[in-house]
Design a protein around this ligand. Structure first.
Ligand code: HEM
Length: 511
């Protein structure tokens, strides 16, 4: 076929890159392009286009609706799981360049559609609300969180539990915890301050763990020190991105053992809470609110589901937030001007609001907020989430069969700014982009996921990152040993060397 004709058809028709258009052209259609054609030759060409275009459109549509052909299933049994786990971003980018934003694959033993555009993800949210798509622990490693936890529930069961937990995790509830979060940040920094070289990853983990468990949920661990519980969570997390085969010596087996230990820790914590007599005026902790929460019918959370949800909350909150904190500090180390701007902002805020970090002073930290958001963007802790097609559905003109896994790239599109309203400088670290008021409506910014299962701890995560960043900027000079450490992607991205750092107090700046 004439190349110029092929190109003009490509421009005018709904076209998928993998679809090969192949049909005989009339003799008058071949040769020079339309602008060069004159008189009768052009008339023949136009008539030919007018008759063939609808046929072509129909045939392309039928092809799309009948079989979802974009992408490949990879190897028998394993499919493309290994390539996917090796580097999720490279995996998706490579296939998107060949097939577009929606393509098929075979991951974790299931036929899969991978979805990487804001528009298609909106459609997934709509289908999820209608019940055609549900969440499901398709990733076998998610068994470490147990049955009945919030993340694996669907429909009314999920809606009911979210409703019970809503007020506990609301913005108002999180903001009322700001003084506790600030105290935790100060304690943790004091612990590491002045050490020659320590692991910033450890500081971030300890902080995120303490905030979720103690400052926010109000948990106590009577017979364990924090590090022991963190160690249990670490081993549990190693089992998430595995094939979920419970054989001795496997990561998954060790993770399941840690799960049992974690259940004991939580039971002990609940027991300790029971034995504390309620002090007058003491606000109920988030954990107490979770235990007391009742729906209209007077039903509370079942104990097994509650314990499994606490495991999810403690692990989810700790792992993702610490990975983001570490990423923010790595990026700042490479961008000293951003540090300077943060410090200047903190100087102004302290002058107006004093030394404490409060809800009011947080609101004034506009640049710190932008730095947190850019940190959430440049390295999303969870690039993909996993759902399941309960019934067949249509997406971008293709029919996706029932029982397929649906891998949703909300974090992925956040990082790569894939959206009609995004910038095209996704590789650049530029917190300033989030000073633009339009960014609040940016449809591709979804580090916390999308739809019904959007992150429950979003407000808590944003606030704790904001508080720690503000404290570091106003009191400390943070120096990282290796600015270009290799990043280990699982279970969430962390520097392989533990992100070695020093923390020196900036007395002069604040005296
Ligand atoms: C920077 C920090 C965090 C990031 C990037 C993050 C990200 C996410 C993402 C992407 C999801 C899946 C959403 C989906 O399926 O579309 C999720 C779910 C969830 N997150 Fe977070 N998260 C963070 C912090 C937290 C914290 C601090 C908590 C609680 C202490 C938390 C609790 C949860 C829970 C319970 C779910 C499941 C919600 C449901 O299924 O209804 N997360 N998070």
């Amino acid at each position: 076929m004439d190349v110029s004709l092929y190109k003009s058809l490509k421009r005018n028709l709904p076209y998928s890159p993998s679809t090969v258009i192949c049909f005989p052209a009339p003799s008058g259609a071949a040769g020079p392009n339309l602008r060069q054609r004159q008189g009768s030759q052009a008339r023949v060409f136009r008539r030919w286009m007018a008759t063939t275009r609808p046929i072509l459109k129909m045939s392309l549509l039928c092809q799309k609706m009948s079989a979802f052909s974009l992408g490949s299933y990879g190897w028998p049994v394993m499919g493309e799981t290994v390539e996917y786990l090796k580097d999720m971003h490279a995996f998706a980018l490579e296939r998107m360049s060949k097939h577009g934003n929606v393509f098929k694959s075979h991951i974790f033993g299931f036929k899969t559609v991978v979805v990487c555009s804001t528009e298609a993800l909106n459609e997934i949210s709509r289908l999820e609300a209608a019940g055609s798509i549900v969440t499901w622990p398709m990733m076998p490693g998610l068994k470490v969180f147990g049955e009945g936890n919030l993340a694996v529930l669907n429909g009314d069961e999920h809606a009911n539990m979210r409703k019970l937990l809503h007020s506990v995790f609301s913005r108002g509830s999180v903001l009322s915890s700001v003084p506790f979060i600030f105290n935790t940040a100060k304690e943790i920094c004091a612990e590491f301050e002045g050490q020659e070289h320590f692991s910033m990853a450890e500081l971030a983990r300890k902080y995120a763990f303490k905030v979720s468990t103690k400052s926010f949920l109000g948990m106590e661990f009577p017979s364990r020190v924090d590090n022991e519980v963190i160690q249990i969570l670490e081993v549990l997390g190693e089992g998430v991105f595995t094939l979920g085969i419970d054989l001795p010596l496997t990561k998954f087996h060790r993770a399941m053992k840690s799960r049992c230990e974690m259940i004991d820790v939580i039971k002990e914590s609940l027991k300790a809470m029971d034995s504390i007599s309620p002090e007058d005026g003491r606000p109920a902790t988030a954990l107490e609110q979770m235990l007391d929460a009742r729906d209209e019918g007077g039903n509370g959370l079942e104990m097994e589901a509650l314990i499994n949800t606490i495991i999810l909350l403690v692990y989810g909150g700790y792992e993702t937030t610490s990975a983001t904190m570490e990423c923010i500090l790595r990026k700042l180390a490479l961008n000293p001007k951003a540090w300077d701007r943060l410090r200047e902002e903190q100087h102004r805020v302290v002058e107006i609001y004093g030394d404490d970090i409060t809800c009011e002073s947080l609101e004034a930290m506009v640049y710190a907020r932008a730095v947190v958001k850019e940190g959430l963007r440049v390295q999303t802790a969870l690039p993909f989430s996993y759902k399941w097609a309960k019934e067949s559905f249509e997406l971008e003109g293709y029919r996706i069969p029932a029982n397929w896994q649906v891998v949703c790239g909300s974090g992925f599109i956040t990082q790569h700014l894939c959206g009609s309203d995004s910038w095209n400088d996704h590789d650049a670290y530029r917190p300033e982009r989030f000073l633009d008021p339009r960014t609040d409506k940016l449809s591709s910014f979804r580090p916390f996921g999308h739809g019904r299962h959007i992150c429950l701890g979003k407000e808590l995560a944003l606030t704790e990152l904001w508080v720690m960043l503000a404290l570091l900027a106003r009191r400390y000079e943070v120096t990282l040993k290796n600015l270009h450490a290799h990043i280990k992607p699982y279970p969430t991205p962390h520097a392989e060397d533990g992100c070695m750092a020093t923390l020196r107090e900036l007395h002069a700046a604040w005296s």
